[in-house]
Design a protein around this ligand. Structure first.
Ligand code: ADP
Length: 310
């Protein structure tokens, strides 16, 4: 990954949400009120986060998504401008609101999230078609599941026909049509999402290797399952490889997956083989846990390279 290489071009199709984040001593039980220790409002949404993650790692990121015609949207365009994310193909929808998410972070760094999708739910195939010229030259398409099947299917079809690597982060998890799955080169669930995609209980007593094998049987090429502090599991045609995590001081695990996926797309676009790309992504995921909130934790290129080089 020499710095003289051209920047990889990555299109990210997905969500933008404003995140309202509170840190609490512990999660409330149903009906209970727990007083928070701190509160912050900030930009989020897996699509936008991953696009910013790509840009910080030196990729040329184009974000395709939808926002409302409100002040949250103004903040979003200013953010993408500051972060060097091309937002030419983000549309404002006056019929609805910009997506909003509530994030609760416990003092031991775990998180719980609820989302009112608003404009994210209105993203459709026409919006993807309007951006289709963008997909012609990209090295990779990166999608998540905070938007509907229709835009995902349109994007995956267009990018895959153009020869791009298709990376799908199935978060939050749902079962997907075959027309999507058979065009996915890299599926990147966490352990819960992997089980949910198969219609299993997240606590199902199944080993990760057999869950990944069942996901591959649905038509995806390679499964890269993230396993929190345990790293990631890569399952390809050629076999299974467990990739270790990096030991860091965890502050807030929110955004580990976003950072991991951005880094995986960048590393694959630069031509790294999947094992080394996953190691790069594990370093980016680990670094994201060392800061509170998502965007402040998305690492730059030098920081990831330094950790990988250790
Ligand atoms: P998600 O955030 O989507 O639930 P994970 O928790 O599996 O996904 O985290 C994604 C990646 O981030 C992991 O594969 C791992 O490489 C890294 N990561 C997450 N939590 C930790 C941790 N506590 N220590 C080190 N690395 C971590």
């Amino acid at each position: 990954m020499a710095s003289t290489e051209p920047s990889p071009r990555i299109a990210v199709v997905g969500s933008y949400n404003v995140g309202l984040t509170m840190v609490v001593p512990r999660f409330p039980t149903p009906g209970e009120t727990v007083l928070g220790d701190s509160f912050a409002e900030g930009p989020g949404g897996k699509g936008s986060n991953q696009a910013i993650g790509v840009a910080r790692l030196g990729g040329e990121a184009t974000f395709v998504g939808q926002v409302g015609d409100d002040s949250y949207a103004d903040d979003a365009f200013a953010l993408w401008d500051r972060e060097g994310v091309d937002a030419t193909h983000v549309t404002r929808n006056p019929e609805t609101h910009t997506g909003v998410g509530f994030v609760i972070v416990s003092e031991d760094g775990e998180n719980e999230i609820t989302v009112a999708p608003g404009a994210n739910d209105a993203l459709d195939a026409a919006a993807i078609d309007a951006a289709s010229s963008e997909f012609a030259g990209v090295d990779a398409l990166l999608c998540q599941l905070e938007v509907g099947d229709e835009p995902i299917e349109a994007a995956v079809r267009t990018a895959s026909a153009a020869g791009a690597d298709v990376v799908l982060n199935p978060a939050p998890a749902r079962e997907l049509p075959a027309a999507v799955l058979e065009r996915v080169d890299y599926l990147t669930p966490n352990q819960n999402e992997a089980r949910l995609m198969l219609g299993l209980d997240p606590d199902a007593d199944r080993d990760d290797e057999s869950v990944a094998a069942d996901l591959r049987a649905l038509g995806v090429d390679t499964v890269v399952m993230t396993r929190g502090a345990a790293g990631a599991l890569v399952v390809t045609d050629g076999g299974i490889e467990a990739v270790d995590s990096f030991d860091v001081d965890v502050v807030d695990t929110t955004g580990a997956g976003d950072s991991f996926n951005a880094a995986l797309a960048v590393a694959l676009s630069e031509g790294l083989p999947i094992g080394r790309a996953t190691r790069f992504a594990c370093a980016a995921g680990a670094l994201a846990t060392t800061a509170a909130e998502v965007i402040p934790g998305l690492p730059d290129r030098e920081t990831v390279a330094a950790l990988v080089g250790e």
